[in-house]
Write a new protein. Structure first.
Length: 171
């Protein structure tokens, strides 16, 4: 199994967002850039996070061709891929449907920096990207436009939150 360490990090993050109620069912997704390659490891589409194992994760190249894995990659693979292409410093992406973040996304209101943790971890107000259907290139393009070259998080209108990091570790 290639990328064993990265697979475990993605799996642990997926389990964490599930157990923390940041996603329900099979919604949300997690990915990590494969070290030194134009590939990413991403959660499969429609699989229960509680039952997921490291071998269930999907490795795709930067053209979204499946390299390893028996399952279909997340429907949001184009979103992850476009972010990795434009932002080479990003090595990890988590997409959640946290209730309060999703409420801001539905209201199309930016999340202001009100608490110290947000200031230190995110470092900016979390803006809302224009609406587009999930899994589409337009959603990815809207997110990229809003993220620019320096933002670490973005709300997807009527959808959820996407957070970027240089690694999968919690600050």
């Amino acid at each position: 199994m290639a990328y064993e360490e990265q697979r475990l990090q993605v799996l642990n993050a997926a389990r964490e967002i599930f157990s923390s109620n940041l996603v329900t069912g099979t919604w949300g997704n997690v990915s990590m850039r494969a070290p030194g390659e134009q590939r990413l490891i991403i959660t499969p589409s429609g699989m229960n996070y509680a039952a997921m194992e490291a071998l269930d994760l999907v490795v795709v190249d930067f053209n979204l061709k499946v390299i390893e894995g028996q399952y279909k990659p997340s429907v949001e693979s184009p979103l992850h891929m476009k972010i990795y292409r434009k932002r080479p410093e990003v090595n990890a992406i988590v997409h959640v449907h946290a209730p309060f973040a999703s409420a801001f996304a539905v209201a199309r209101k930016n999340i202001p920096v009100l608490i110290e943790e947000t200031a230190q971890v995110v470092g900016h107000e979390v803006p809302v990207a224009a609406y587009a259907h999930c899994g589409t290139d337009q959603l990815a393009d809207n997110a990229l436009k809003t993220l620019g070259n320096d933002k670490k998080a973005v709300l997807l209108a009527n959808h959820g939150l996407v957070a970027l990091g240089d690694n999968m570790m919690m600050p």
